[in-house]
Design a protein around this ligand. Sequence first.
Ligand code: GRF
Length: 190
Amino acid sequence: MKNIAVFASGKGSNFVAIDASIKQGIIDANLCLLVSDKPNSLSVKKAEELGIECFAFDAKQYASKKDYERIILKKLQEKNIDLVILAGYMRLIGSTLLHNYPGRIINIHPSLLPAFKGKDAVGQAMATGVKVTGVTVHFVDEGMDTGKIISQRALDISTLKSREEIEREIHKIEHILYPITINKVLEDLR
Ligand code: GRF
């Protein structure tokens, strides 16, 4: 069975959905590790509750991205991680991890990429007045939300009134689309 690690800095709802999907048999993998750059985040608390090993670090304690990514890499290698899953991890992945996990790091983003890259994709969609936005899962490269697209799902927001409503619907889609996509990517790994 394949081993996966999730990187999360936020509320961790996707992390929890991934764990639940493994338990439901939607994803055939072991969830071995949570990596977080926010030691006080809800995602870290969820990992503790679920009994999943966690490596939480403060980037300010390291001289460079290389320094903390070397430590992350060691943890990933110790656990024989096959696929790295970003779920609200707010840092660009550097060359240390990219070179060691080519085609094996994926991310989920709350827009139909290539529209609305970067921070606050929902706010960007609202400000632009688009009627349709959505969710994208993509491979990670050195850019910000630029890697090859794996799956997408659209959401009609023309009748949704508030940011909260849009975010709730986006999360509902994410919690279904990400597990299905993760399992497909794992099947495609040699
Ligand atoms: C999600 O909306 C995801 O698309 C984005 O960050 C958010 C993470 O949410 N990359 P959560 O922490 O999983 O609840």
